[in-house]
Design a protein around this ligand. Structure first.
Ligand SMILES: *Cc1c(COP(=O)(O)O)cnc(C)c1O
Length: 379
């Protein structure tokens, strides 16, 4: 089935009790049994909920995977993957990734004896020096948040397979419309469904998708044992969001391209980070593994003082100043003080994330209005 058809029909079956075309919100904590153990496959809603199951089937389908699992946030999905590990295990991860993932790794999991090696994954071979007998997992994100670097998923997967390591890819920025890591050899795909999958800035949720039944059993066990499950209303919202993912992403891509090119020719704008540019350092790989370049763009002003960045950040009228991304409305964000403040300043600077960097989540409004807004804000 083609992508557009899949987005609309993924996970959707008429409700068996009424024929309702939309999956009902099964707002219930438990299910009545006819006799002890005699039930319809649903016992208690932390373990089974029909609305969540419909969404989990949709997650699997749109990522070309066999199994999907929904979590109460993207971070909870990441947390479930980390719980596959034991004290003493080591993880190789990208040195440029979502601040909350870095915080979870350094502030929570290091304490439990997991070791993390942060490497520049733009060259997959950089990882090789860190592989040893304790290495269990490779964690990467592509495009990265906020510097829009690209990891060659197939190359990283080859190294993972050669060394018997699990590879998990955070696919939040691309969305399944632009990129499918399982097809490129990843073992697990993770999403913050809060972003493009939900698409309307009205829900917090995460997911994991995988093909291996044994891995799915382990992660399902963690999901029900640790309990970070989303409620049925939130599952309904994401199911609804997924139905328009392809249409939204097309417009995010078109608007992103227009805004990126406009920014680049602006005399007051310095570096613009967007993987669609021919001269982006990883453009060739982006072109190979993605079907488009999305609506996430970061840029620096030539006047790289933090005051100038703050002035622009406070002057937009259509772009709202807020954390998060992937909704229909455009957002502007200051990674150093907002989304990535949990990463120490020296670490940020070392990885090329300057205090003056501005990140845009280009929405699906009219591109002319977005450009006019940035024009008046940059001045
Ligand atoms: C937002 C985000 C997360 C965390 O997801 P939550 O839903 O906020 O918990 C993880 N990775 C990336 C790339 C994100 O943008």
């Amino acid at each position: 089935m083609k992508l557009a058809t899949k987005m609309i029909h993924a996970g959707a079956e008429p409700d068996p009790s009424t024929g309702a075309i939309m999956t009902p919100i099964y707002q219930t904590s438990t299910f009545v049994q006819a006799a002890p153990g005699d039930h319809k496959g649903f016992e208690y809603a932390r373990s089974q909920n029909p609305t969540r199951f419909a969404l989990e089937a949709a997650y699997a389908e749109i990522e070309n995977g066999k199994f999907g699992l929904a979590f109460s946030s993207g971070v909870a999905a990441t947390d479930a993957v980390m719980k596959l590990l034991q004290p003493g295990d080591e993880v190789i991860c990208a040195n440029d990734m979502y601040g909350g993932t870095y915080r979870l790794f350094t502030k929570v999991y290091e304490k439990f004896g997991i070791r993390f090696h942060y490497v520049n994954m733009q060259q997959a071979d950089n990882m090789k020096a860190h592989v040893n007998a304790n290495t269990k997992l490779i964690w990467t994100e592509t495009p990265t948040n906020p510097l829009m670097n690209i990891t060659d998923i197939a190359a990283v997967s080859a190294i993972a397979k050669a060394n018997g390591l699990l590879l998990c890819v955070d696919n939040t920025f691309a969305s399944p419309y632009l990129q499918n890591p399982l097809d490129l050899g990843a073992d697990i795909v993770m999403h913050s469904a809060t972003k493009y999958l939900g698409g309307h800035s009205d829900v917090i949720q995460g997911c994991l998708v995988m093909n291996d039944p044994a891995l799915k059993d382990q992660l399902y066990f963690i999901q029900k044992s640790c309990g970070a499950v989303p409620g049925p209303m939130d599952c309904f919202l994401v199911l609804r969001g997924i139905k328009t993912l392809h249409v939204r992403m097309q417009r995010h891509c078109e608007n992103g391209e227009k805004v990126a090119h406009w920014l680049r020719q602006h005399p007051k704008v310095g570096q613009v980070y967007w993987p669609g540019f021919d001269d982006h350092p990883n453009h060739a790989i982006a072109k190979q593994q993605m079907r488009g370049y999305g609506g996430m763009i970061s840029f620096e002003l030539k006047n790289d003082s933090i005051e100038e960045a703050r002035r622009v950040l406070s002057s937009t009228k259509v772009f709202s100043l807020a954390e998060s991304l992937g909704g229909v409305e455009s957002l502007i964000n200051h990674p150093a003080s907002m989304t990535h403040a949990s990463i120490p300043r020296e670490e940020r600077l070392k990885n090329g994330l300057s205090d003056a960097l501005i990140r845009l989540s280009v929405g699906i409004e009219d591109a002319d209005d977005l450009i006019d807004d940035l024009a008046q804000a940059i001045g």
